[in-house]
Design a protein around this ligand. Structure first.
Ligand SMILES: C[S@@+](CC[C@H](N)C(=O)[O-])C[C@H]1O[C@@H](n2cnc3c(N)ncnc32)[C@H](O)[C@@H]1O
Length: 224
């Protein structure tokens, strides 16, 4: 699969993101890529689940590795809180090296090496990124994914339903539901009505939370 044309952009909080020309869509909120990822995926996903369960080891499954920003922030969180994170991510279109080597997510040389390691590491096999994070990237779509992951948290970070409705289809949500342990959650920035109805139809308890970076709402789905 050839990666479509991508442009490096800077969002309003200073963090980089990407713009995909064929879809006329950005990878994050233009108000702030880092701010959005931190609130939706790290705070309301990873941190909320660890606080709820007191686990010291957690498995994340991400839909859309993209810039690797969520994985990077999860790696930082894991080191700061000394919890083991097993991070699985699917991505049909890996970001080319000439783009990812420019990412400004790292605030130090050490953090920048972490960002680069997340991208440069092998696909389809576990890669030790740090003492606290192991990463497995799969080059495929969620629809194609047939791995055996038991996830505590799903980061559902696909392009908006208005751009890629098929990725938000009921079958994909059911697949994530099946992958989750009982008590596990799916988090996403999206709060579209049809998506919430699909989430409920897939078996989730749907919770609407305040959104990130000026967005009214985001969603967390719980598997009871
Ligand atoms: C909104 S971007 C976010 C990516 C990433 N989480 C980040 O923070 O940069 C959506 C990502 O989903 C990927 N994608 C597109 N179709 C997909 C599919 N069917 N299954 C999984 N990922 C998909 C895109 O290539 C893109 O990298």
């Amino acid at each position: 699969m050839k990666t479509p044309n991508l442009k490096l952009i800077t969002t309003e909080d200073g963090s980089h993101s990407l713009y995909r020309e064929d879809l006329n869509e950005t990878y994050h909120s233009f108000r702030g890529a880092e701010g959005e990822s931190l609130q939706v995926f790290i705070k309301e996903g990873l941190d909320a689940q660890l606080s709820k369960t007191n686990q010291r080891s957690i498995t994340v499954f991400e839909v859309g590795f993209g810039t690797g920003l969520n994985a990077f922030l999860a790696a930082k969180y894991a080191s700061q809180h000394q919890v083991q994170v097993h991070y699985h991510s699917v991505e049909p279109y890996p970001v080319p090296k000439e783009i990812y080597e420019q990412f400004n997510f790292g605030k130090s040389e050490e953090e920048n090496s972490l960002v680069q390691a997340l991208h440069a590491g092998a696909w389809e096999e576990p890669v030790t990124i740090s003492a606290y994070l192991e990463l497995v990237k799969y080059q495929c779509t969620l629809e194609e994914f047939d791995g055996e992951v038991r996830a505590d948290v799903v980061f559902y970070d696909a392009f908006a339903p208005s751009k890629q409705a098929e990725v938000w289809a009921l079958d994909n949500l059911k697949k994530c539901f099946e992958m989750l342990v009982s008590g596990g959650v799916l988090v996403t920035y999206c709060a579209q009505g049809q998506f919430k109805r699909n989430l409920a139809a897939a078996g989730f308890e749907v919770e609407t939370l305040p959104g990130a970076m000026g967005k009214k709402e985001m969603v967390r789905g719980l598997k009871l």
